[in-house]
Ligand binder design. Structure first.
Ligand code: FAD
Ligand code: NAI
Length: 328
């Protein structure tokens, strides 16, 4: 019997590693504490249509990632988003066009990770709490006390603070991961029955509790009868208001939105708030992935590189590369 490789996390980093290992002929099994794949690239189904509450778009600067994105485009899972971009600075809203190519999942951000997952074996709603090594193999324990295994190797593809808890068997790696801090982001969605009277579709924001805002409905393939917007608070504001009740977060960010938009702002017909506790690493790193090949444990995620979708995908590739190199 082939003993599979366990991958904890079905965000883009875990799925990137999974695809590479599967392509090399290895059996894998994925685990995620959520009910679906995507992690910070997932979308929320709502009465106002699917909303991208996490990653908004992504850029592809690495050659290998760009080639993969082209394949996703050919398969119909991504499309280019060409928003009318603005910048808000010094209390002034001004158009801020550029030449950057920006990609989004189609018809929603989660389409990418869903396609990557395909029919790979996965256990959802399963929070792994312990990763331990027996004489030959690895075993995983979940929050309900169930044991999973045996596995020949383990890849941990979760945000750094969540990875630390799973690295008791590899204290050296745990020490490095514990040094990586991650910042929160409050995300709010608002939907208006009457479209806001503005051409703006995306905006980089300074000097406000808001950091970024987007007209969700302007992205390709989004079907919505209402005018949907997603607002992201800055890391600093999110940290300061980490435990604020959702209704108040919505009120405050709606207020900041009204202040910076130069148009009449009706009451929203629909609102939603989501708190990303580990949204982005504080600072960029160039560690690619972490590994202890003799032990058979690997760690990857966006925080190993740029803290972006591209960095997460590349980190997953790097974890798989190191694992395959050790086996060959
Ligand atoms: P994740 O997506 O976090 O995946 C980790 C997975 O592991 C999750 O599914 C989680 O449920 C699971 N998990 C965690 N712990 C356990 C456990 N113990 N057991 C089982 N499963 C577990 N990037 C861009 O490039 N462009 C953007 O515009 C952009 N905007 C963003 C806006 C926000 C609000 C946020 C939060 C992120 C944004 N990002 C953006 C960053 C981007 O989303 C991430 O870099 C990327 O999605 C991270 O992928 P990952 O696989 O490393 O981690
Ligand atoms: P990018 O090249 O579009 O943006 C990078 C940065 O350049 C922007 O944050 C912005 O400050 C600036 N910028 C780019 N185009 C601009 C324009 N036309 N006008 C004014 N400023 C402009 O995309 P990249 O490099 O792929 O970055 C991804 C984005 O994801 C960033 O904006 C980053 O802040 C965001 N992100 C947000 C997270 C969160 O938790 N809120 C987590 C991780 C990434």
């Amino acid at each position: 019997m082939t003993v599979p490789i366990a991958i904890i996390g079905t965000g883009i980093a875990g799925l990137s590693a999974a695809r590479a290992l599967q392509a090399a002929g290895h059996a894998i099994h994925l685990f995620d504490k959520s009910h679906g794949s995507g992690g910070r690239m997932s979308s929320k189904r709502s009465d106002a249509g699917a909303l991208d509450m996490g990653a908004q778009y992504f850029t592809a600067r690495d050659r290998r990632f760009a080639a993969t994105v082209q394949q996703w485009q050919a398969d119909g899972h991504v499309a280019e988003w060409k928003p009318l971009l603005y910048n808000f600075h010094g209390a002034k809203l001004s158009p801020s066009p550029d030449e950057q190519v920006r990609w989004v999942g189609k018809p929603r951000m989660s389409a990418i990770t869903r396609a990557m997952l395909g029919d790979m074996p996965v256990t959802f709603a399963c929070r792994i709490t312990e990763v331990s090594r027996g004489e030959e193999h690895w075993n995983l324990l979940d929050a309900d006390g169930r044991s999973h295994g045996p596995f020949s190797q383990v890849i941990i593809a979760v945000p750094a603070p969540q990875a630390t808890a799973l690295l008791a068997a590899a204290p050296k790696l745990a020490g490095v991961v514990a040094g990586v801090k991650m910042e929160p982001t409050w995300a709010v969605a608002l939907a208006f029955e009457t479209p806001l009277n503005t051409p703006l579709e995306g905006c980089f924001v300074q000097d406000s509790p808001i950091d970024w805002l987007a007209r969700n409905r302007s992205k390709p393939g989004r079907e919505s009868t209402v005018d949907t917007w997603v607002l992201h608070a800055t890391s600093a504001w999110s940290r300061q208001h980490l435990d604020m009740p959702k209704e108040q977060v919505i009120d405050q960010l709606h207020g900041a939105f009204a202040e910076l938009m130069n148009c009449a702002m009706p009451a929203p017909a629909f609102t939603l708030a989501h708190r990303w506790l580990y949204a982005r690493p504080s600072g960029a790193r160039e560690i690619g992935a972490l590994s202890d090949p003799d032990l058979g444990i690997y760690v990857c995620g966006d925080w190993c590189l740029s803290g972006r979708v591209e960095g997460a995908w590349l980190s997953g590739q790097e974890a798989a590369r190191r694992l395959l190199e050790h086996l060959n």
